[in-house]
Design a binder for this molecule. Structure first.
Ligand code: PGA
Length: 251
């Protein structure tokens, strides 16, 4: 049985004080909530302060990116150890905004996952097609290529530690959610791909989140799909009430 995971991707929002307010609001309501795993992924600058609020709670901290080298002359980058130092447990890797604006490729996604796993961080790996690709009926081949690139060279044990997020690019921040059927189809493909390339057990246990305009009002129907195990939430996670409702409506 896969435990749902609801993760909030705060993107480039919230100063330190705003982040503390938001996470306190979430913690107040969800402190005793055990039916789903919960994670918040603030900007780098707020990680430590948010961690101080979350220490010894059921709510996990995640980062939105990392760099694969351990240390050195890489101005502006952040290593796995630095993230762990701030209390991070998860790290989002290969978000479509990173691919689009910061030239992230399947190869660099793979390097980031490798570094995260080696350091003990749990990667949330994002895949998903653009509108043009969906309209060209290329969804499955695009997602397959992204998976092949991202998972290249990993063992079954490593794959067990990875969370996948299927995020159709056309649904991110647009208010246009994929229908449960559209998402469910791709999730089923992803699980089948893991079965084929790794193991039955791995396919059975890997969590596949949906992301793209998830809201309190649509999480239930998405979660009704057999292969949807949770959500990566953007816009609707920036307000405590809305994020809390998504978490409580997810089970
Ligand atoms: P959204 O973003 O919920 O605002 O569509 C999701 C994401 O980018 O992870």
């Amino acid at each position: 049985m896969r435990k749902p995971l609801i993760a909030g991707n705060w993107k480039m929002h919230k100063t330190i004080n705003e982040a503390i307010d938001l996470v306190n609001g979430i913690k107040r309501e969800l402190l005793d909530f055990e039916s789903a795993d919960i994670a918040v992924c603030p900007a780098f600058t707020a990680l430590s302060s948010v961690w101080e609020v979350l220490i010894n709670t059921n709510i996990k901290l995640g980062a939105q990116n990392l760099y694969w080298e351990a240390k050195g002359a890489f101005t502006g980058e952040i290593s796995c150890d630095m993230l762990k130092d701030c209390g991070c447990y998860y790290v989002i890797i290969g978000h479509s905004e990173r691919r689009k604006y910061f030239h992230e490729t399947d190869e660099t996604v793979n390097k980031r996952i490798k570094a995260a796993l080696a350091s003990g961080l749990f990667p949330i790996v994002c895949v998903g097609e653009t509108l043009e690709e969906r309209e060209g009926e290329k969804t499955i081949s695009v997602v397959k290529n992204q998976l092949q690139g991202a998972f290249n060279g990993f063992s079954n044990e490593e794959v067990d530690k990875i969370v996948i997020a299927y995020e159709p690019v056309w649904a991110i921040g647009t208010g246009k959610t994929a229908t449960p059927q559209q998402a469910g189809e791709v999730h089923a493909f992803i699980r089948g791909w893991v079965r084929e390339n790794f193991s039955d057990a791995g396919a059975g246990s890997i969590r596949i989140l949906y992301g793209g305009s998830v809201k309190p009002s649509n999480i239930k129907e998405l979660m009704n799909e057999a292969d949807i195990d949770g959500a990566l939430v953007g816009g609707a996670c920036l307000d405590a009430d809305s994020f809390v409702s998504i978490v409580t409506n997810s089970i």
